[in-house]
Design a protein around this ligand. Structure first.
Ligand SMILES: [Zn+2]
Length: 368
């Protein structure tokens, strides 16, 4: 099915900017004689150019199995997602070994964040906290978040020395690491300029996904959906996260095909936290009548405090720095490094693993 890619040199799949990533994606899809569907967002790129969510369906129209690869929900995580798709398209050979299988590739679910080097969209929304179900409301925030809001979201430009570690250590000692992490990253709907804000309403991205979900799924019988993320877990390796409880049989089946067993976010553990408005949970709810499986492929970069510090500084810069935004500002560069390290070793390693992961997903969806 796939042409072998050399272990080294994979870093060439990473592009400098959102525009270059998108152009390369469109070209690579064109090479497979497939159309690209582009959905425009109202915000613009740093140079005033359009921002789009780009999707490509490759393979038989009436295939029973679908491999969905989505990327860039958290803008600044888009460079890895884009590299994953470019590598996949480069190696893809549609032959009889893939009959009855098609691929839906989604490039940059948050093009604003990808283009502007932010985790959030143009409305400061963390899109993985925005996919609420109809019975849920865009309101409320954890008590601990309210208490530590002045520390998390200072209303002034970022400073190199701001006592971040000292304050973080204080709150961790007071509440415990897990509780603080859950309160901060679980999602909040009160502080519009704060970190992990889930929005007051459905985001543009959620609307695009909602409007297209039915046609993307079509009449397939079985779906494996890999959603690529970075910034949580150990450097240069990945975890598969799910917000959905699998049955014992389903777990056993996943275990036979995937080298990493999925971790349920609902389980008590000290790495993962539960989130409201989770994209995967929403997708799962839309697909009750088919055999649908969502896995968040989360590739680790730096430690949680370093990640939080990078997010906090960039958020302060975005909202409180006077004057014209400068993409070269240290807080912007630190954020990009946090979510997509420049280390060649990291880049090669994660792309090698993502290639294996996609192969496992293909075998899984085609089994039975
Ligand atoms: Zn993410």
């Amino acid at each position: 099915m796939q042409r072998k890619i050399k272990t080294q040199g994979r870093e060439l799949f990473f592009r400098e900017s959102y525009e270059e990533s998108r152009d390369a994606f469109r070209k690579a899809v064109d090479h497979h004689q497939a159309p690209v569907q582009s959905f425009a967002c109202s915000a613009l790129g740093p140079d005033g150019g359009p921002l789009t969510v780009d999707c490509a369906m490759i393979g038989g129209n009436h295939a029973a199995n679908l491999v969905m690869l989505s990327t860039g929900l958290h803008g600044a995580e888009g460079p890895l997602g884009s590299a994953v798709l470019l590598q996949f398209l480069e190696s893809l050979r549609l032959d009889e070994s893939l009959n009855n299988t098609r691929f839906l590739l989604i490039h940059s679910l948050n093009p604003y964040g990808h283009a502007h080097g932010r985790r959030f969209d143009a409305e400061n929304i963390d899109l993985n906290r925005n996919f609420l179900l109809p019975e849920e409301s865009y309101s409320g925030s954890p008590e601990i978040y309210q208490t530590i809001n002045p520390f998390l979201n200072p209303q002034k430009p970022p400073q190199h020395f701001s006592g971040f570690l000292f304050n973080a250590a204080y709150y961790i000692a007071r509440y415990g690491f897990q509780k603080v992490q859950q309160a901060i990253a679980g999602g909040q709907y009160d502080f519009e300029q704060g970190l992990f804000f889930g929005g007051h309403t459905a985001s543009e991205t959620k609307q695009i996904v909602e409007q297209n979900w039915r046609s993307w799924i079509g009449d397939v019988r079985r779906v494996i959906h890999l959603d690529f993320h970075t910034g949580l877990g150990k450097w240069g390796t990945y975890q598969l996260l799910s917000n959905h409880e699998f049955s014992r049989e389903h777990q056993a089946e996943l275990q036979t095909h995937f080298s990493h067993l999925p971790i349920m976010k609902t389980q008590e553990n000290n790495i993962v936290y539960q989130t409201k408005g989770d994209f995967g949970h929403w997708c799962h709810q839309q697909s009750a009548e088919i055999d649908y499986c969502y896995l968040n492929a989360e590739f680790g970069t730096y430690g949680p405090l370093q990640m939080l510090r990078a997010l906090r500084n960039e958020n302060q810069y975005h909202h409180w720095f006077p004057g014209v935004p400068n993409p070269e500002h240290w807080s912007k560069k630190n954020l990009l490094e946090a979510f997509c390290p420049t280390s060649e070793k990291w880049r090669n390693q994660v792309l090698e693993q993502s290639e294996q992961l996609i192969q496992q997903a293909v075998r899984y969806v085609r089994s039975e």
